[in-house]
Design a protein. Structure first.
Length: 391
């Protein structure tokens, strides 16, 4: 199933099941439809089992079990809160997750799940038992399934661990940036000077770009940033970084023809990120060199981070007052969609679906899709960025 078809199927599933959710009467239909229509399982009735017996001090039943991907499902009705204790048949009070864990303890070790999914139809609370130290679950809302269906790909892919990996890696990236920020701040002559703080912010942004660029292929050579700086001592790194920033801001055709190859091999980065040559860069220390090259470059893969999550983390790392005066603000993808969806994106999606649904003849549908594609290519949008001090 293509990404577009899966997204459309997930959106339709969310719409069809919105407001529904009777535990005993609709659970099986809910999960079978989800697995078949959204995740492409041809015979979900054979893929997932329901009401498996588990023997406690009484016989109880597991709501759903997917042995091939080691998933255990505890299903509740739509009116049930998933973090609230519920009275059990033996008189005890357990949250749905505690109830599911009690089942696990009474299963053979070979049948222990990797994933426990608690659902009340409107929400999915996902616990990765590979990381039992994490107390809070990953939460996927049914209404957001069209955009977040990939977070539940583990239901059908035993090698998929994406549900929380991007968030975990992004938090690690945020911590690294915070340590770089704090380490550089100590080296500035005047740590209270607003201009110095602006420079510190720009320095962090540029270094993060370089770290990301060498891991995702923006720089043509893997570890190019690391290899360039690694040969310099801490005392030499300041000048090396300033030279690199100047080269990154210069088109290849305008560079010194005798520029050493290690710098000439870096590409030109347009957009003005490296344009300010008045940026104040402090001296590097051995600690900063180790943090930047060992921890942030050599030992960390920036290609695994989520730009959506990391943007907010990165913004929170930088000085709030400096961000405001420098026009540096991050907008979450959720808030972006609150604006663009009703303005134009919902209408475009509706038009796309009408084309897909209205033409049974493949050639006719393809012709209409070509027309729609040309329409998309001609759309223009004006983005107004707020400027500090101007309403």
């Amino acid at each position: 199933m293509s990404i577009i078809k899966q997204e459309i199927a997930a959106e339709k599933f969310a719409k069809d099941w919105s407001g529904k959710g009777y535990e005993k009467g609709q659970s099986q239909s809910f999960w079978i439809t989800l697995l078949r229509n959204v995740y492409g399982i041809e015979e979900p009735e054979k893929y997932i089992s329901f009401e498996e017996q588990v023997h406690l001090d009484h016989t109880s039943f597991i709501d759903g079990h997917i042995p091939s991907t080691k998933v255990l499902i505890e299903q509740k009705s739509i009116d049930k809160k998933l973090d609230a204790p519920i009275r059990q048949s033996d008189g005890s009070f357990l949250t749905p997750f505690e109830q599911a864990k009690r089942y696990v303890l009474n299963l053979p070790l070979s049948e222990h799940p990797r994933w426990i999914v608690i659902s009340n139809f409107a929400e999915f609370h996902i616990y990765d038992m590979e990381h039992p130290e994490k107390k809070d679950p990953e939460v996927v809302l049914l209404k957001n399934l069209g955009k977040e269906y990939s977070r539940m790909q583990f239901l059908v892919d035993d090698k998929n661990t994406a549900v929380g990996k991007e968030m975990e890696v992004s938090f690690q990236a945020g911590e690294l940036v915070g340590k770089l920020y704090d380490s550089f701040l100590k080296e500035y002559k005047d740590r209270t000077n607003p201009e110095s703080l602006k420079s510190l912010n720009k320095l962090c942004v540029r270094l993060v770009f370089c770290l990301y660029a060498e891991d995702v292929g923006v720089f043509p050579v893997r570890n190019q940033f690391f290899n360039y700086l690694n040969k310099y001592s801490a005392g030499e790194m300041r000048n090396a970084v300033l030279r690199l920033f100047a080269v990154l801001n210069q088109e290849e055709s305008k560079r010194d023809p005798y520029l050493e190859k290690e710098l000439a091999d870096f590409p030109y980065v347009n957009g003005g990120l490296f344009a300010d040559d008045t940026i104040e860069v402090p001296q590097f220390t051995d600690g900063i060199k180790d943090l930047l090259l060992r921890h942030a470059s050599e030992d960390f893969d920036w290609s695994e981070i989520s730009p959506t999550i990391f943007g907010a983390l990165f913004e929170s790392t930088l000085n709030q007052e400096t961000r405001r005066s420098n026009g540096m603000h991050y907008t979450s993808i959720e808030n972006i969609h609150k604006v663009i969806d009703p303005l134009f994106l919902d209408g475009l999606w509706d038009e796309f679906r009408r084309i897909c649904d209205s033409y049974s003849n493949t050639d006719s549908r393809n012709k209409q899709l070509e027309v729609f594609h040309k329409k998309l290519s001609k759309l223009r949008f004006l983005i107004r960025r707020a400027v500090p001090g101007i309403s």
